[in-house]
Design a protein around this ligand. Structure first.
Ligand code: S3P
Length: 431
């Protein structure tokens, strides 16, 4: 989050929850729509762009690089310059947004000249070596602080990048995407191999903008091959963000008197693993498909514990709120192979455990696994206090537990603006 930390937000319990809502436009698709449109020659339109500060950071940066952006009602128009983007003469501020920083590393690597990327204190702790190393192999120079190459970053971009064939050593759509953005300007085919199938937002949107990109599933993983090229102007329609829908799915399931509908959510398999997890726990959670979108209806349920493996929800974005579901379930839930959680906006491995602990659960960890002994649906969480470590997903997870239980007080709550500025208003609309 950028800006001051405000006074703690007090969340009150809700006797019942009814209604339907649309969550903000998908954050991943929003960043990419801005970036791809900026690279195109001419005007693209974006409908349903995420209103969060993270996406705003990307919007400001594409203007610094030479694109034009205007807003009319719900439509954002981005015009990419005919002669392409250029290096900016001031620092590119990525705020709290890891997606902005990692994807921009790739994009600016293919623009000759010097680029400076900065972020807020949380982002400045996150490792950028995962993109700096492969981009270095392509011929860019990405320098930062220490071994993990943290921000501030100095990048020397090149108009003559070499395409590489790269195996991404961790499950990361951001790393894959950084390389694909750089690959647009490289000589030859860029090949990115992943062991776990992460979200395909970049590949899908590149293909829609006329870029030749092929994807081949191999075992549990995938091989993506990209031909260099310039995207064409495109009319983008952004679906609702599944990782935001997850908060309301869990809320409906753990609240004693709830029926909540969440409309028009991106249906991509890599994004909706949490739905299967909740259904396996016994949640009354139905999905209705329409084109590439789903609407979800979540109602009060008696949950039982389950075992969740990171590869079911590859970006692990929904784990903090699934930890709240586990806290309300009967039995011990196991969260396996969750090391990547430590590298998000805050240490969400500790944050998820500590939230479940504040709800009254017995919680423990072994290596990259953690365990939550749930209290069962007969129990209502007592009132609790949480310090959300400036992490939007921890704030929203805590609010879900507070509304379903006996309320809570959250400090650092203003950080929801990084992804979901109207979260508390939408939450109140159900009461
Ligand atoms: C994102 C990928 C994920 C996710 C993040 C958005 C993206 O990160 O956590 O919120 O838009 O590519 P990783 O690639 O680090 O898993």
């Amino acid at each position: 989050m950028t800006g001051p930390v405000t006074v703690p937000v007090s969340i009150e319990p809700a006797p019942s929850l009814r209604g339907g809502l649309r969550v903000p436009g998908d954050k991943s698709a929003s960043h990419r729509a801005l970036m791809i449109s900026a690279l195109a020659s001419g005007s693209s339109t974006i409908e349903g762009l995420s209103p969060g500060h993270d996406v705003r950071s990307t919007g400001v940066i594409i203007e610094q690089l030479g694109a034009r952006r205007s807003v009319e009602g719900d439509i954002v128009t981005v015009t990419g310059p005919a002669n392409g983007l250029h290096a900016a003469n001031s620092a590119l501020d990525c705020g709290n947004s890891g997606t902005t920083m990692r994807l921009m590393c790739g994009l600016v690597s293919a623009i000759g000249g010097a680029h400076h990327l900065v972020g807020d204190p949380s982002l400045s702790k996150r490792p950028m070596d995962r993109v700096a190393v492969p981009l270095g192999l392509m011929g860019a120079s990405v320098r930062g602080v220490g071994e993990r190459i943290t921000a501030p970053l100095s990048i020397e971009g090149s108009w003559t990048l070499q395409a590489i064939d790269y195996h991404v050593p961790m499950p990361s759509a951001q790393v894959k995407s950084a390389l694909l953005f750089a690959g647009l300007g490289a000589s030859g085919d860029t090949v990115v191999r992943e062991d776990v199938r992460t979200r395909t937002t970049t590949e899908d949107m590149f293909a829609r903008a006329g870029i030749t990109v092929a994807s081949l599933c191999e075992g549990e993983g995938r091989i993506v091959t990209l031909k260099p090229g310039r995207p064409s102007p495109t009319a983008w329609h952004i679906p609702g963000d599944p990782s935001q829908a997850a908060f309301f799915c869990v809320l409906g399931a753990i609240h004693p008197d709830a029926v909540i509908e969440i409309l028009d959510v991106d249906a991509a398999a890599e994004r909706t693993g949490f739905v299967a997890v909740l259904q396996r726990m016994g949640a009354s959670l139905s999905r209705e498909a329409r084109d590439e979108r789903i609407s979800l209806v979540s109602a009060s349920s008696e949950l039982t514990a389950t075992e969740i493996h990171a590869h079911e929800i590859p970006s692990v974005d929904e784990v903090p709120v699934l930890a709240v579901a586990a806290a309300a379930a009967t039995g011990v839930s196991a969260f396996r192979d969750m090391g990547e959680l430590r590298l998000k906006e805050s240490d969400r491995f500790e944050g998820s455990m500590s939230l479940a602990r504040s709800l009254g659960c017995r919680v423990w960890s072994e290596g990259d696994d953690f365990f939550i002994e749930g209290l069962g649906s007969a129990h209502r969480f007592g009132r609790f206090v949480v310090e959300a470590s400036l992490d939007h997903r921890i704030v929203m997870s805590a609010a879900v537990a507070g509304v379903a239980g006996r309320g809570c007080s959250i400090s650092g709550a203003a950080t929801v603006s990084s992804s979901y500025p109207h979260f508390f208003r939408d939450l109140a609309s159900l009461q």
